[in-house]
Write a protein that binds this ligand. Structure first.
Ligand code: DQA
Length: 148
């Protein structure tokens, strides 16, 4: 089973970026832990971070030919703005789980709405870096039930 992890804009700054909101873990540390979890589950994890909307759209669009079975995605600020990322997820029809470190529902009003969540199978938010592991478990369980 191949899982594509996508992290959107500014997440390369985790560790230094507003640690009171996003925690002290760096993105490489989070990805490394997630890779270990994926190995324990018997999955291959491919990870991609970009600050560019089009690059994220391209990567989602290439997921089928890359043999990806499911997507864990933190679209970051694009969550609240990107019709293009939403359309890309809907187009490939791969099960995707949306992740947020922070509880976006408890923050500024502009973060309360996600354009991408409706095309995902679910959302995990508010558990800091643990949100990623919870999302991977949820996606794995969903793919297993679908027989993949
Ligand atoms: C975020 C929440 C978004 O609102 C924000 O723009 C981010 C990070 C999170 O993981 O909590 O960049 O996706």
């Amino acid at each position: 089973m191949k899982i594509l992890l996508i992290n959107g804009p500014n997440l390369q700054l985790l560790g230094v970026r507003e640690p009171g909101i996003y925690g002290n873990d760096t993105l490489p540390a989070i990805v490394s832990r997630l890779r270990t979890l994926a190995e324990e589950l018997g999955c291959e994890l491919v990870d991609f971070q970009s600050n560019h909307e089009g690059a994220i759209v391209d990567r989602i669009g290439a997921a089928l030919e890359e043999g990806v079975d499911g997507i864990v995605i933190n679209p970051a600020a694009y969550t609240h703005t990107s019709v293009a990322i939403r359309d890309a997820i809907a187009a490939v029809k791969l099960p995707a789980v949306e992740v947020h470190l922070s509880n976006v529902q408890a923050r500024e009003e502009f973060r309360n709405h996600s354009l991408t969540a409706p095309v995902c199978i679910g959302v995990v938010a508010g558990f800091g870096a643990d949100s990623y592991g919870l999302a991977l478990h949820a996606l794995f369980s969903c793919l297993k039930k679908r027989g993949q």
